[in-house]
Design a protein around this ligand. Sequence first.
Ligand SMILES: *Cc1c(COP(=O)(O)O)cnc(C)c1O
Length: 368
Amino acid sequence: MGTLPQRLLLGPGPSNVNPRVLAALSQPLVGHLDPAFLAVMDEVQAGLRELFGTRNALTLPLSATGSAGMEACLANLLERGDEVVVGVAGVFGERMCDVATRMGARVTRVETEPGTPLPEDGMLEAIERVRPRVVAFVHAETSTGVLQPVEAIAACARKAGSLVVLDCVTSLAGLPVELDRWGIDAAYSGTQKCLSAPPGLSPVSFSERALTRVRERATPVQSWYLDISLLAGYFGQERVYHHTAPISAILGLAEALRVVLEEGLPARIARHAAAARQLREELAPLGFTPLVADGYRLPMLTTLRLPEAVLAMGEAPLRRRLLDRHGIEVGGGLGKLAGQIWRVGLMGENARRSSVETLRDALARELA
Ligand SMILES: *Cc1c(COP(=O)(O)O)cnc(C)c1O
């Protein structure tokens, strides 16, 4: 077996995985229609409903990464020529526009400066003017570290008769997510962020309203693999073959969900908030300051403006030294923020004081 170095993963994902999850991944294989495996699948789907705050029957781990969850939500709800309003607060809102455009939808973008949330009045105005089929935006924008308030936009969209798609890739299991209370019709996440499982699966959830829309489509969903009506054959009551479920990955996710639910969501959410506070406090004396205004900061992903000393030595070489000498990964800026900020993730297993202290000590040594 090849060996990889031990890393402390404090970037935008993946996060480190609990040893219980690594053990679960190495269990012997069973068939994906084996009753023993289907029982695990039932448990996974129930656990995901709890995390998403939903009773949606069609809540399942899609066999692909978070970006495929995005494609699945948009591909099932949109047809060629449909109007969609997309909130663009960073790279992942931009990706939603790209995906919807490739599907032949007519995209209205509502943008904001990196590091700020979407303008609520701008979103509401666009929704009321366009009355789109779908309104799509990102709950936790991992490229900028901004938390997007959901409720007002979702309420306005529902009043306009639009379906609401929410990106919960980074928020799930680290922030409250309440799909049913907020009136979200389709949501997707990823396993490698606050769930602390390996990348490769995308938890998704579709409301009854969304499924009604899918049934009323004039044209078939363009993607066979992501067509939710076909996926429902395996992930619903019938449990018939659609594609071979990635068994080991699901066993890992099942254990990760047990770890989350044993801790309890409220405790886990509080732990993420506390770790983010500690990070800001510990790095402030070194000259790192938050990019995002108080009230809109993500707990699991902090974007920090860099001190002069870091800019002078080059931020990328310093990140490389953190990796090579200390085994710590942090993320650089994306797009317009490249070279200006760092993205420090304290996700899932890593949302702890010890991660913050390890990073602080390594930085203090490198900057001395
Ligand atoms: C990571 C991420 C994605 C993409 O997920 P992949 O697993 O990398 O495909 C989408 N949206 C947000 C907000 C993310 O942080």
